[in-house]
Design a protein around this ligand. Structure first.
Ligand SMILES: [Fe+2]
Length: 255
């Protein structure tokens, strides 16, 4: 079972992100994953045409596609423009999704907070608890903002709040999810929340520099990237696939 994850395209009329997306999709056309999840921040500044161009890029894929909003997205435009490639169970409210692909269940948890860069798991814990109660196989949780500090101060102010409540739900689920898979920080990062693996997917827009411990002098040399998750026998392996076509930029505190 292969689940591809793309995040943080941040398409805008003057960025190369849509070209990077086209390269990533072309590669995925050959890989033929079983599903694709996009973990938010598809466009900047409510660029309606950007959503339409993303749909055009995605249409060559034959697998199911699931999309979460990020803090940069316009959820009304996502619903009106992305309907040809993605669906959400509810036409209003949080844009969660729940999808069984074989014996793997993909759980999309929309933790975005209107008008804010940070996320918040608290309002969605009951939905998550109820959803996990029905999962008999392996679950993967997808979110936009990660529920752990990355170590880059400006990004950590914009993480997902109420991680303790989230962990309590995950820890007490009859079958604990394999991992929590996020976006938002524009870098691939691998850590844990309690005993549960948490990862962030790299971005298709230019990555953020690794400004650990307040260091202002570390330039970004990374390429845009995405993840391919391989699930077999209840185990998860996540592969980073980079798309080396961008120019490093200053850190994006908006995530
Ligand atoms: Fe974000």
């Amino acid at each position: 079972m292969l689940v591809a994850q793309i995040s943080d395209i941040h398409a805008s009329p003057d960025s190369a992100s849509l070209d990077v997306l086209a390269e990533a999709i072309s590669w995925l056309d050959t890989l033929r994953p079983d599903a694709l999840v996009i973990t938010g921040d598809l466009v900047d500044d409510g660029w309606r045409q950007g959503y339409r161009r993303i749909v055009q890029s995605l249409q060559s894929l034959s697998c199911p596609i699931h999309i979460l909003p990020g803090n940069s997205d316009r959820q009304d435009l996502m619903r009106s423009e992305l309907g040809d490639v993605a669906r959400w169970p509810s036409s209003t409210g949080p844009m969660h999704f729940l999808s069984a692909i074989g014996d793997v269940v993909l759980v999309g948890l929309d933790v975005t907070v209107a008008g804010q860069s940070h996320g918040d798991a608290l309002p969605h814990l009951q939905w998550l608890k109820d959803s996990l109660a029905d999962v008999g196989g392996t679950a993967l949780i997808f979110m936009h903002q990660p529920p752990f500090p990355i170590g880059i101060e400006v990004l950590d102010h914009a993480g997902c709040r109420n991680a303790d409540g989230l962990l309590a739900v995950l820890d007490t689920a009859e079958k604990r999810p394999l991992a929590v898979l996020c976006g938002h920080v524009h870098r691939p990062v691998f850590g844990r929340l309690g005993s549960i693996a948490v990862q962030t997917c790299g971005s298709l827009c230019p990555p953020n520099p690794l400004l650990l411990e307040g260091r202002p002098d570390i330039a970004a040399i990374d390429a845009p990237s995405f993840l391919v998750h391989q699930i077999a026998d209840g185990r998860l392996l996540s592969h980073v696939v980079s798309v080396p076509v961008s120019t490093p930029v200053q850190i994006d505190t908006g995530g």
